[in-house]
Write a protein that binds this ligand. Structure first.
Ligand code: ZN
Length: 286
């Protein structure tokens, strides 16, 4: 029986098995090597339909070029299509101009494929950090309504540990943007923010802990933001050859992700980011 007091947010970073930001991985060189991506998305759409859940799919422009029918099927099922950039380049490795061009290119491709306006963006590998927070202004200039790139944690790769942990209008260069920031969920343990609701953290922690942390957010009136990747529900997908630490981060617990997601879908109700924002700001159009 789903708990309906707070509707949580379900998101999928919609990319292929080789879209990773590690030093020795070049996604562009691995493009076209084959993948189970269409079957993974089909499975996710079936799971969402069974549960009556809506989600946001942050799709790479390159993925929409390679699999336009898959992206159209996601949109036709009533889910939100948002941008994950073009080819999974890290935002903080680009100039602001390169960043704006990368996001703009992906938005144009996605809108062409689906015929629907793109409203949101999530950076590859949470690569909006303190040093390039001003890039958010470029998203507003592109006409986007929200960003979902900030992870309020401290890690070796990403994070803004002291960023607000609730949905807010970010302040950039002394100016509060109209753009909404939808930071990813953290739970505070011993004074430190840690992730729990997606990716590595979701695979690492037992399902009961993920549910405990979601309920803790919901008791404060906050939705949890779950984020997963199509490859994470498919232990049979091709693998990158990675050093031990990176392989652990990328693949640990992959055999249990599908069942954990199914259990969450039975326990909580989920919607897309844009539908949630409309409950906060009814002026956001359809
Ligand atoms: Zn990604």
């Amino acid at each position: 029986m789903a708990e309906h007091r707070v509707t949580n947010l379900l998101t999928f970073d919609t990319e292929e098995w080789y879209h990773a930001n590690y030093d020795d991985v070049d996604p562009a060189a691995l493009r076209g090597r084959g993948s189970n991506f269409p079957a993974q998305v089909e499975e996710i759409l079936a799971m969402c339909a069974d549960a009556g859940a809506k989600a946001t799919f942050f799709v790479l422009g390159a993925v929409a070029e390679d699999h336009p029918a898959v992206v159209r099927a996601i949109a036709a099922a009533g889910h939100e299509i948002a941008s994950h950039g073009y080819g999974h380049a890290l935002a903080y490795r680009q100039t602001m101009g390169e960043f704006a061009a990368d996001v703009g290119r992906s938005v144009a491709i996605l809108e062409d494929v689906t015929g629907t306006a793109v409203r949101g963006y999530r950076a590859p590998s949470w690569s909006i950090v303190a040093a390039n927070l001003d890039y958010l202004a470029a998203l507003e200039e592109l006409g986007l309504i929200y960003d979902a790139s900030i992870f309020p944690v401290r890690t070796f790769l990403y994070g803004i540990p002291d960023a607000p942990t609730h949905i807010h209008h970010p302040v950039v260069a002394g100016r509060s943007l109209r753009l909404w920031e939808v930071p990813t969920s953290v739970v505070t343990l011993a004074g430190r923010n840690i992730g729990y609701s997606g990716g590595f953290y979701f695979r690492l922690f037992p399902g009961f802990f993920v549910k405990y942390a979601i309920r803790r957010a919901n008791r404060r009136g906050q939705p949890a933001i779950v984020y997963l990747h199509p490859r994470e529900i498919d232990p049979g997908e091709r693998c990158l050859s990675l050093p031990a630490k990176e392989a652990f981060i990328h693949y640990h617990g992959i055999g249990g992700t599908r069942a954990k997601l199914a259990s969450l879908l039975r326990t909580f109700s989920f919607t897309s980011v844009i539908d949630h924002l409309r409950t906060i700001d009814p002026s956001i159009g359809k």
